[in-house]
Each structure stands twice: as C-alpha cells, then as structure tokens.
Write a protein that binds this ligand. Sequence first.
Ligand code: GLU
Length: 291
Amino acid sequence: MTRPVFRFAPSPNGELHLGHAYSALLNSDMADKAGGRLLLRIEDIDAARSRRAYEEAILRDLEWLGVKWERPVRRQSEHMADYAEALLRLRRDELVYPAFMGRSEVRAIVSEAEAQGRAWPRDPDGAPHYPDRDRTIPQKERRKRLDAGYAHAWRLDTAAALAQASGVIEFTETGEGPDGDTGRIRLDPRVWGDPILARFDTPTSYHLSVTVDDALQGVTHVVRGRDLFHATSIHRLLQVVLGLPEPAYHHHRLILGPDGRKLSKSFGDVGLREVREAGYTPTEVRRLIGL
Ligand code: GLU
C-alpha cells in the first residue's frame, strides 16, 4: 500500500510564529499516526517578499521543534516550468484569459460602480472581483494586444472551468471549516470571481502553484489553517480541469493572538524564535498551542 503524504508549505516572507508551529506539528503528528511521509515545501514564488534568510530560519525553527521532513525540500521558485506547463494547458482549453487591467484601473472601476450605489462583489478575502471587461474582449483584439506585448496577467475563467467540471465542486474535509462544516463539502468557486493564476511579474500564483505541486508531489492529505478553507474551491476546480488527483483536506483552527486577532507576521512578540529565546522547550510550545 502506498503511504499517505502530508506537507507543510510555509512562505519564507517572515519568521515562523506559533500559528505555523501548530500547523507544522499537526502535520507531523498526523503523518506519524497514519504511517505517512511528511514533505516540506518552500512557497517562495513572491520574489519581492521571499528571503533566503527566512527560509534558513524556518528550517532551524522546525528542526528545533522536532519536526522531521523528507529531503530534498521543494522550493517553488525552482519549478516555474511546471506551473507554466499547467497554465499552457489551461490556455489551450480556453479556461484562462489575459487580464490587462492594473490594480488602480480595477480600483477606479469598482469605486465608480460603488459611487453609483452598485454593490460590487468581493471574494472571501474582501478583494473586489475582477471586472468582466477582459473576459469578453473579442479573440481578435485579445490576440492583437498579446502580439503587441501589452502587460497582462492570466485569470481563470471560473464560469468556463466550472462548466467543464459539470458545475459541482466538492471535497472531503476531515477538520472543520469556519462554520464548523466537515465531511463531504460542496463549495461554489464563483465567490472568488476570476482569480489570478499568473501575475504580471510572476508567471504563476499561489492557487496555481499549490495545486500543481500537491499533485506533482503526490500529496494525499492537505493539512493547513482554516483561513485557506474557501481557497479549496479554486484548488479543487483546478484539479478537476487539469485532471489531477483529489487529496483529503484538513483545515485546522488558527492560533489567535492575545487580542483575539489571527496571528500574522506583525505579531513579532509571539514569533517562535522569541518563544525559544525566552527559554521555552518544544514540549512547552506544544502545550502553549494546545497540542
Ligand atoms: N504557503 C501558504 C502559507 O504560508 C500555505 C499554503 C497551503 O498550505 O496551502 O500561508
């Protein structure tokens, strides 16, 4: 029997905090219990924010925590060709379209609509949906702009992808979504509008690379924070249209800061390094985060 495959996938744009420690240790515990493997993936496609020094600090902190992962570590920035290939397939199937508008142009369109009293749809992270205009540009005009070298991103044509997926996106949740949902779950990816799959300056995006990598690495169990629960609808949609296998999902609770806010990089005082330097042992860290 093939062994279950788990992964912890931090972005090296800051040091690990207690929320990451929880996620890494939970992955490690679940992999051990299932007799599975644990992979570590460094999600460093954002060149402007990723730092090698943070990556090194992450490895050091994980080692200190007692997390054991397989080598080699997959570093996303070294696998751009894999994401480009997936994007090309989506282009051939006409499931993505070039998006020519920059952020300020989108903002202007949204503000104008809202000033006229129209409610503009927003995604679960609060970002406005991308306007329809580029999705409906005639093929000829699109070609002309691409040939002329207009700057563009690539966005998923969610409606077209959903139609190809027979309109239904489901996954199995073994943890809990924000509303306590668990078991076989049906989500509507249209809440994300047409998400970006490749940026102006980076030939991929979080959604595309995470989906491609989970498949390429044979990940069978995705264990991650509840803040990514809704993103799963996009990952599942991409899996269906790209013909990739479906892993099981386990979204875990978030470790909240003292004021009840979700921990973030700005919450430096509860960084793992600070906790370690204050003399806590890995066992005490586990107790601190309820593991
Ligand atoms: N790299 C993402 C993060 O640090 C996690 C991606 C995932 O687990 O799907 O938030």
